[in-house]
Design a protein. Structure first.
Length: 485
């Protein structure tokens, strides 16, 4: 019997699992996909917001500001790519009042290190912005981070410290009998005292599984945001995260350097019905380019390397995170985790602990708890470190992904870490192979061969991403040169 089953292996569930692994509790983390960080956590802007945007007094405001502070310490500890580049909310004359209002809101939310910049002060630090911009709210504490690396760091550390991870475990029913829940997926049943619902877009459906009266539930509507991800050449255009003055429609289209030095432009916000619709359409891309042109007209969109979209899990008619023990005793919701959920994520774990303490759970320290950082990327190592690594293992001397300088040693390591790595995209999330200019065009087939060799599978077993996305459909033994690798 588990003490806690956490449903959802995005950054919310992973952060909570990590925190609980510091204590002597029996915890399971279950995820419907074949890897963690596979849904909203992998498709967002990657910004650690400073915290001036959420309404004062909301859970969102409190956890955003706290989470943002926690990143500063945690990201380097985990070797997660994070860069405290700061953000600017830019506006024109007509936006003055709104920008100053945001500044005030930031003060109320206790955001540190903010300033209002005007005229030349702005162009001194951001020379490529359009010259009709006259005011900016500068928030030094804002940062950019790799969301999937952070999620992996939480999840891997949780697993190393005793949390049991179930992948490809889609919860299809939950039954409650007296003080226990029975969580089911394809015939496997986990018995647990408590459940934490961190199922993102499906948190409403998971909650409905335990409700007698569905009217006590909530509805999640997906709000889609599309993006351009551009080559590192374009990353040089800006030094900070540049937001436009928010409107009723949201934070607007941002232009930012990513933590790996690319340029990200987007998102828009369109309410849709289908929680699995990740398509990117031309109309949205035109809108994004037109909006971003109001910030800077220096971007060369011919250097685009990928478009993608992410879905925000918005609760209908509710504008905060919905966090806490629900009407069903022992069942905790972490629902409606839309933006700034990534920024707040490090604070979710301690917050979940507080809730569980309030429910009477006793926390006894796990004396064996230890943090293991993610392996350092080859491209971040010094020459001495590289030489040392190659001496240890010659596979580090073979570059497989030329765009991102990822060695075979890193790919092999990714395949043997605590969380099974079963797809080319899972390798990408672990070591950046395929993330660059050619988007896996050159290294994809080589990675497939390495996976075949290391995982003792056939090429037909290797997935691009989700279950069913097999790359090779027909294969004759000897058809691949993987023995030569
Ligand atoms: C366009 C966009 C831009 C954003 N930009 C930012 C930003 O810059 N900064 C910021 O702070 N926030 C941002 N966010 C918000 C942030 O991405 C989310 O708050 C965060 O990723 C939510 O993580 P999560 O773990 O709650 O959800 P998810 O990552 O979606 O994880 C939920 C998990 O639950 C699993 N699951 C669902 N149903 C089941 C089931 N039946 N059984 C088992 N598992 C199940 C899913 O497969 C999924 O892996 C953005 C969001 C979007 C969409």
């Amino acid at each position: 019997m588990y003490d806690v089953v956490i449903i959802g292996g995005g950054i919310t569930g992973a952060s909570i699992a990590y925190e609980l692994s510091k204590y002597k509790l029996k915890v399971a983390l279950v995820e419907k996909e074949n890897d963690v960080a596979c849904v909203t956590t992998k498709a967002n802007s990657g910004i650690v917001h400073a915290g001036y945007d959420p309404k004062p007094g909301t859970i969102m405001a409190k956890l955003n500001v706290l989470g943002s502070k926690m990143y500063k310490e945690l990201a380097p500890l985990f070797h997660v790519h994070y860069s405290n580049i700061g953000s600017l909310v830019v506006g024109r004359k007509e936006d003055e009042a709104k920008v100053l209002e945001l500044y005030q809101r930031g003060l109320e939310n206790k955001v540190e290190d903010m300033a209002i910049l005007r005229g030349e002060e702005i162009f001194k630090i951001e020379p490529n912005l359009n010259k009709d911009i006259s005011i900016a709210l500068y928030a030094k504490s804002a940062a950019v981070v790799s969301p999937w690396e952070m999620c992996l760091a939480f999840a891997e550390n949780a697993v190393r410290n005793g949390v049991k991870l179930y992948l490809s475990f889609k919860v299809t029913s939950i039954k409650k009998e007296r003080d226990s829940f029975f969580v089911e997926s394809s015939g496997t049943i986990l018995k647990t005292k408590m459940i934490i619902n961190a199922a993102g877009l499906y948190a409403d459906e998971i909650y409905n599984m335990v409700l007698d009266n569905k009217e006590d539930g909530f509805t999640i509507v997906p709000v889609k945001g599309d993006y351009y991800l551009l080559d590192k050449e374009e990353g040089k255009n800006v030094n900070h995260v540049i937001f436009q003055t928010p409107t009723k429609l949201g934070k607007g289209v941002l232009v930012s350097k990513t933590c790996h030095g690319n340029l990200i432009v987007g998102p828009n916000a369109i309410t849709i019905e289908d929680k699995e619709d990740f398509g990117v359409d031309e109309k949205s891309l035109d809108y994004i380019r037109n909006m971003a042109n109001l910030t800077t007209n220096k971007i060369n969109y011919r250097n685009n390397i990928r478009n993608f979209s992410g879905l925000r899990a918005k609760i209908l008619n509710y504008d905060d995170f919905l966090i806490g023990e629900s009407k069903v005793k022992g069942f905790i919701n972490f629902a409606g985790i839309k933006s700034p959920g990534l920024s707040a994520a490090p604070a979710f774990g301690p917050y979940a602990k507080e809730i569980l303490e309030g429910m009477g759970v006793k926390f006894v320290k796990n004396e064996d708890f230890k943090i293991t950082p993610l392996p350092k990327f080859f491209k971040d190592m010094s020459i001495d470190e590289i030489e040392e690594k190659i001496k240890e293992n010659e596979l580090y001397g073979r570059i497989i992904c030329r765009c991102e300088t990822v060695s075979e040693g890193e790919i092999v390591d990714s395949l043997h870490r605590p969380i099974p790595c079963l797809s080319i995209d899972a390798v990408k999330r672990r070591c950046n192979a395929g993330m660059g200019r050619c988007q896996g065009g050159f290294c994809g087939p080589k990675i497939l061969e390495i996976m075949v060799r290391e995982l003792h599978v056939t090429p037909k077993d290797v997935l691009q991403d989700k279950d069913g996305s097999n790359i090779v459909l027909e294969y004759t033994k000897g058809g691949l040169a993987h023995e030569e690798i």
